[in-house]
Structure formats: C-alpha cells, structure tokens
Design a protein around this ligand. Structure first.
Ligand code: B12
Ligand code: SF4
Length: 441
C-alpha cells in the first residue's frame, strides 16, 4: 500500500476533532422526534434485557454501544377498517416512514460524530436464514427495554398512550449516552381478550400461548412461505383449469397486487381490536358493547378466505368458531434444508391442540451428514426436545438426516424410505404417524 496516496496524506494532515461531549438520552430522543418519530428511548447495550439480541446486534455493527428504539403511530381507524386494502396501506405507509426516519436519525447523528446503523423495520429480511431468525434486531425487545410500552397478550407492544397502533424500529449507535431510558412500570394491556376473539385462526390463546405458524400461514399468505406454496401450486397444475380449481381468480389478483404494491396482510385483527392506550381507550370505556359491535363484530362477521394447513389447530378452530368464513387448505411453504433448522423450527410447528391427551416418547438416531441422537417427548400438550437418548421410548427411529429432510418436505414418501432402508423403526410404527399429526404441514 502506498502511504503517499492523496487520501492518506489529506486525512493525516487533518487535526483530530475534539472528542464530542457525551450525548444524553434526552438529546437523542429529541433528535428522533425532530426526524419525525412519535416517541423514542435508548438502551445501553450492556443492559440484561438485551442479552438475547446482543450477539446479533454486534454482528450487525461490532462497535455498537447503545440502541435507540423509536415508534411511529398508525391510524386506528385505518387499521380497524374491514377493507384490508385500507389497513395495508396504513401498515405500508408507516413502515416507509420508519425507514425514512431511521435514515434521517442516522444522518443527524453522523453530523455529531456518532456512527450508527439503521436496521430494517420489517422487510427486507435475511431470507437465507428461513425458517429461523431472519430479522437483525427484535424491535419489541428493544422497545420494551427503552420504555416504549409492553407486549400485550397478543404479543404486540402496546404504547401507554398510542396503544398498539404503532410500528417499531431500532438504530444501533457506536457511542454510549450518559444515561438511558427505563421500561414502563405497568403493562398497558387490559387483558380484555378482544384480540383472542378477533383472530380468525385462533393464534392467540387466552393463556398467552401464541401459535406463530398459524398467524404466518394466514396473515402472511402472500409473503415468503405462502409465495413458495403458490409457486408449488402453479408448478403442480397440469393446465390453467386445474390451477383455477385450486386458486380463485381473486386470489391470483390479490397476489399480483402484493407483488406490485407491497405484500398484503390478511388480518392483523388482533391489533385492530385492541382498545388499550390512553389516546385510544375512550370509546371502549364509554360503551364496551358498542365498541364490540362496531369494531370487533364486523371483523368476525367478514366473509373471507382463511388460510390454514389441513389438520392444524387453526383448521379445527376456524371451522368451529367462524363457519361463515371459507377455509382454504394450503401448504406452509416452509422447508428446512438442514436438520439443525428443522429442529429449531419444531417448537414453532408443534400443535398443542393435536397433542391433547398424548404421552409419547420417540428416540431418533440421525445418520448421514448431520448425525446425532435426540429424544422428543410429548406430554401435557408440551413438546420437549433433548440432545441425547433419555428414558424408555415408545418408538426408536434410525434415519439418514438428508432422507428425513426429503421426507418432511414431501420429496420422498415413508414407504420409499422404509424400502430403501434409509429409515428403520423399532417399536409400533403407528407412533410415528401420531407424532407427525402434531406437526401438520
Ligand atoms: C417474526 C415476526 C413476526 C412473526 C412472529 C410474531 C411474533 N409474535 O413474534 C409473525 C409472522 C407471526 C408476525 C406477525 C405479525 N407481526 Co410481526 N414481526 C416479526 C419480527 C420480524 C420479529 C419478531 C420478534 O421480535 N420475535 C422475537 C420475540 C421477541 O417475539 P416473541 O413474540 O416473544 O416470540 C415469538 C417469535 O420469536 C416466534 N418465532 C421465533 N422464531 C421464528 C421464526 C419464524 C419464521 C416465525 C414466523 C416466528 C418465529 O416464536 C415466538 C413465540 O411465538 C418483527 C420485526 C423485528 N425485526 O423485530 C415484526 C413485528 C413484531 N411485527 C409486527 C406486526 C405489526 C405484526 C402483525 C400485526 C403484522 C400485520 N401487519 O398484520 C402480525 C401480528 C401477530 C402477533 N399477534 O404477534 C410489529 C409489531 C409492532 C408492535 N406494536 O409490537 C413488528 C415489531 C414490526 C415493526 N417494525 O413494527 N410477525
Ligand atoms: S395478525 Fe391475524 S392471524 Fe396473526 S395473530 Fe393477529 S389476528 Fe391472528
């Protein structure tokens, strides 16, 4: 390297700038508000609330010292509209605002000598990580730590004033402020359970259990997994008539709209129904019955397609709770390509409704590219995964890990695996079918 390069000479000739005075949390907040945020806080990276996020944050910006969390308000009226095109417009506009504001915060900080990384509010994400963690920073975790609100029973952050009509973003900064902001000391969630009643696929249980895959399959029908499944449907159709028997013209048009103008969410009814937050709660407090009639019931009564994997808890739920909605059976489009990703995704795909009354222990011995011994136990509607063989199994399965992934992604059938001896069973084979029913799709 030439040390007499013009850039090196110029930079060396500059007198180093005096170290900037350390910025306060209040000054950082004001920068965010000036850039268009509706509220903001900051959390030092060393805080324990960021333990789960720290490795990902440092991978994204190794010099990170603190994380700014900021929020943008959405219009409750738009999000509550039964016309989902209106709600989607609001979600997309707010997401664009977040991106724009994050860039402006970053620019303002650069002028103060602070380096920063604005992270994506939602998409784009790291699709190579699917079906695992494809996002860089979990904004909800940072937002809670920064005092922007708390997650309600529906797992969205509820701001004490704006309610859950907010979207979140985070900016990583390489300078530790003199102080930081703290979590609020109560949860704005009223536990009214209107979100439970609104969700068309039963993703939110009254006890706080959240079926992320049910939400993903329906609400995100026109996003990544749903899109993969749609491509499969096109590829598997012999001609346009067969395709039209599987996909209505309105669904094809909706997909075109998603590809052209931004992917459409199918529900977000949990957000729509939420009455919490000082600025939002008025109508609910004045007349609960009227609120339910005007906000919740129209969403529940709406006739619309609901996307569920056959045999899932969501499939049973929608048929029982919302018989006037049209059940559309789909594939999840999620196909892990490594055993490690498959194992990570198992708890997400586990359907506790299907596991009611089951007591089952399976030993798996994987051979081939990802060898290992695992125990899967289903008891009390819970799945436990252990990285060795424990207890006495009801069934022992020995299988090549590559062949197993081909089987779960429907590339190879069970008889094929048994005939080629890629899979061997010791014990009653019906236990494998019973186990599989807890992971439909
Ligand atoms: C993954 C994700 C989802 C997943 C999982 C939802 C969830 N509860 O985590 C799905 C696809 C289901 C989803 C749905 C929605 N999301 Co979302 N989502 C995210 C994302 C990318 C990360 C979420 C996260 O922090 N997870 C970690 C922990 C903190 O969340 P958790 O609830 O404790 O744990 C669950 C997940 O981790 C999940 N999980 C773990 N690994 C994986 C892998 C995959 C592939 C999936 C699907 C889930 C999953 O399993 C856990 C238990 O259910 C963030 C954007 C971001 N970068 O932060 C937006 C975000 C959380 N989503 C948001 C919104 C608005 C929605 C929707 C309303 C979309 C819509 N417009 O219709 C729905 C609401 C569903 C609901 N009731 O939660 C907002 C929430 C705003 C707020 N006020 O809190 C965020 C923050 C985006 C943003 N920039 O504002 N989302
Ligand atoms: S976004 Fe829709 S599908 Fe997902 S939890 Fe909320 S209401 Fe249910």
């Amino acid at each position: 390297m030439k040390m007499d390069h013009p850039t090196i000479l110029k930079v060396k000739a500059q007198t180093p700038a005096a170290a900037p005075n350390r910025i306060t949390a209040q000054e950082l907040r004001q920068i965010c508000l000036d850039c268009g945020a509706d509220d903001a806080g900051v959390v030092l990276l060393e805080r324990p609330e960021l333990d789960t996020e720290r490795p990902y944050i440092l991978k994204a910006l190794p010099s990170t010292q603190a994380v700014i969390s900021f929020v943008v308000r959405m219009s409750p009226e738009a999000v509550r509209s039964t016309a989902r095109s209106v709600a989607n417009q609001e979600f997309h506009a707010a997401t664009k605002d977040l991106t724009h504001i994050a860039r402006n915060i970053s620019k303002a900080l650069r002028e103060l000598g602070i380096r920063s990384l604005p992270t994506a509010a939602g998409f784009p994400m790291e699709m190579t990580e699917l079906p695992g963690r494809s996002w860089i920073v979990a904004h909800k975790v940072v937002a809670e730590a920064a005092g922007m609100g708390k997650m309600g029973i529906h797992r969205n952050v509820i701001h004490p004033i704006f309610g859950n009509f907010i979207l979140l973003d985070s900016v990583l900064i390489d300078t530790a402020p003199t102080d930081d902001t703290q979590p609020i000391d109560y949860n704005p969630c009223l536990e009214c359970k209107l979100c439970v009643a609104a969700c068309p696929v039963g993703a939110i249980a009254p006890d706080g259990h959240f079926d992320a895959v049910a939400c993903l399959n329906h609400n995100y029908r026109e996003f990544f997994g749903g899109f993969i499944d749609w491509v499969d449907t096109v590829a598997d159709s012999k001609n346009r008539h067969e395709y039209q028997n599987k996909v209505e013209d309105t669904e094809t048009a909706s997909l075109w709209q998603s590809l052209s103008f931004g992917a459409n969410y199918k529900s977000a009814y949990c957000v729509a129904a939420c009455p919490a937050g000082e600025d939002v709660i008025g109508p609910f407090l004045r007349n609960k019955a009227k609120f339910i009639k005007e906000i919740l019931n129209p969403l529940q009564e709406k006739e619309e397609p609901i996307y569920v994997v056959p045999g899932s808890d969501a499939d049973a739920y929608v048929q029982k709770r919302f018989p006037h909605k049209t059940v559309r059976h789909i594939g999840s489009g999620i196909r892990p390509r490594t055993l490690a990703k498959f194992l990570d995704a198992m708890p997400l795909g586990f359907q506790r409704g299907r596991a009611r009354g089951l007591l089952l222990r399976l030993h798996f011995t994987f051979t081939g590219p990802e060898p290992g011994q695992w125990t899967f136990t289903i008891a009390n509607q819970k799945l436990t995964i252990e990285r060795s063989h424990t207890g006495t199994p009801d069934l022992s399965v020995t299988v090549n890990s590559r062949a197993w992934l081909d089987f779960v992604s429907k590339r190879r059938s069970l008889p094929n695996l048994l005939l080629t001896r890629a899979l061997r069973l010791r014990g009653n084979p019906k236990h494998l079918a019973t186990f599989g029913k807890c992971f439909p799709g």
